[in-house]
Write a protein that binds this ligand. Structure first.
Ligand SMILES: Cc1ncc(COP(=O)(O)O)c(C=O)c1O
Length: 459
């Protein structure tokens, strides 16, 4: 019996809920609270799993081919924090792909780490980062022989993967741990049309947001641990720290049910999905003004055009199709095994119409300066900068004011999505970084980290 079956069985019984949560499984208050329980008899404890939850962890590990798999109810964010804090010691040096998610940057702060950045190449036409290569990692390790772990994001939001297998083999020959943020690749394992999964490629710690690309509720994710090179107890300790002590049974049941569905019917479901996807991609490939990126992950529909925001708005406002996100030069539509054929039909029809009526737009041109693709000038580690800010405060300066050039940032400024820092705390604000930020604001992208258009600078 999986967690959801047991929950449903319990909820159909006449037990009186003299326990948390306060919704008391009473549908008068919320129809979604019916299955909401806490660690009552027979339901195990996620922080000390011995029964139904332990079985669920083991089933997930089997499905992914991992030595050990832990459920995450605070998203991949919590798994990334646990993996990084558990894999290295305070003040260690770690190599970080610059296009990592903000949660990796937060782990650097929490564990007071010294990052060195691996800057992925960028496609200047689209502004899309390429994968991290084995050569990138080798060069970084040669220059920094004291690195303890390497952290990469593979796939990226746009479905671009890194040379994970080659990188893992190389790092293991040097005794270095490889952590892969595979938040967007939880589905890779389930069909050979997708890239190799990071667990299969030999990464030591892998984090999957199953809520992103598999049928599971928001916040659900998995942390896979390979026991060869990692201190499992340490990772588990941090996993405990970064998970709520009141994990939602609805979320855990959702993970478990998702794993069960794939275990039982994954082969057929994914074959059908791949067929529909390939057909959709083939038709989208025939458009004239909008082109389809040949992404490593075919589940990601990346629509390239001369103004991503306009394409996004037209899909939404004229056709009631809600894309995942817009960037300067593209729109991301995400697909999954749970899609209905109707979604693809409507998307295709809409895009055929938009394509036939598309006018070229006078847009912000993407030149070589628009994205940060050189090593940031890090004056101090993120945690040292935080410390300094706590002691001395900071100045808040308009990001359009040229006097910010050369100042050390006390902010982490991102372009969202995908939530990747343009400038991190402790780094010098270059003209290039300021230009990227201003450009993102002008294009209508979200730029968290600024306070009403002002950037915090260390004194
Ligand atoms: C590459 C990447 N890593 C990690 C995360 C964090 O995932 P979660 O939302 O599951 O915490 C995201 C979220 O967007 C992401 O895009």
């Amino acid at each position: 019996m999986d967690i959801l079956d047991k929950l449903e069985q319990y909820c159909n019984s006449d037990y009186v809920p003299m326990h948390m949560p306060g919704g008391k499984r009473n549908p008068e208050y919320s129809s979604t609270s019916i299955l909401d329980i806490t660690e009552i008899d027979g339901f195990d404890n996620m922080h000390n799993p011995e029964g139904i939850i332990k079985n669920a962890f083991e089933r997930a590990a089997r499905l992914y081919g991992a030595d050990e798999t832990l459920f995450l109810v605070n998203g991949s964010t919590s798994g990334i924090l646990a993996a990084i804090c558990g894999a290295v010691r305070k003040h260690d040096k770690v190599a970080v792909a610059r296009n990592c998610h903000v949660s990796v940057y937060n782990a650097l702060l929490l564990a007071e780490l010294e990052p060195v950045y691996i800057i992925p190449d960028i496609d200047h036409k689209t502004g899309i980062y390429k994968g991290i290569t084995y050569e990138d990692v080798k060069k970084c390790v040669h220059e920094n022989t004291d690195i303890k772990a390497v952290i990469i994001t593979s796939p990226t939001y746009e479905g671009i993967v890194s040379e994970t297998r080659h990188i893992a083999e190389y790092l293991h020959s040097k005794g270095i741990i490889l952590i892969v943020d595979e938040a967007h690749g939880a589905h890779f394992k389930f069909n050979s049309e997708f890239p190799e999964s990071a667990v299969d490629a030999g990464a030591d710690l892998v984090i999957n947001s199953i809520h992103k690309t598999l049928p599971a509720l928001t916040q659900t994710a998995l942390l896979h641990i390979s026991k060869k090179n990692v201190d499992v107890d340490r990772v588990e300790r941090y996993w405990n720290i970064y998970q709520t002590t009141s994990p939602s049974y609805i979320l855990m049941a959702s993970i478990d049910r998702c794993i069960g569905i794939i275990e039982e019917n994954g082969k057929e479901l994914f074959e059908k999905y791949i067929c529909s996807l390939k057909l959709l991609r083939q038709k989208l490939g025939q458009l004239n003004n909008i082109s389809l990126l040949d992404s490593d992950d075919i589940s990601k529909i990346i629509l390239l055009c001369d103004n991503g925001k306009i394409l996004y708005d037209r899909l939404l406002n004229e056709f009631r199709i809600q894309p995942e996100m817009a960037s300067f030069k593209y729109v991301i539509c995400m697909t999954s095994v749970a899609d209905k054929q109707e979604y693809y039909d409507r998307l295709l029809q809409a895009l055929e119409y938009i394509d036939s009526t598309w006018e070229s737009h006078d847009v912000v041109t993407l030149d070589k300066n628009i994205y940060i693709n050189n090593a940031p000038d890090m004056r101090m580690t993120p945690s040292q900068a935080m410390e300094l800010m706590n002691e001395q405060g900071c100045d808040e300066i308009d990001v359009c004011d040229d006097s910010i050039y050369g100042r050390v940032s006390a902010s982490t400024v991102l372009i969202y999505p995908p939530g990747m820092p343009v400038i991190n705390i402790g780094e010098v604000i270059t003209q290039k970084a300021a230009y990227t930020i201003r450009n993102a604001i002008r294009t209508g992208l979200e730029v968290p980290g600024l306070k009403e258009g002002r950037i915090q600078c260390l004194r």
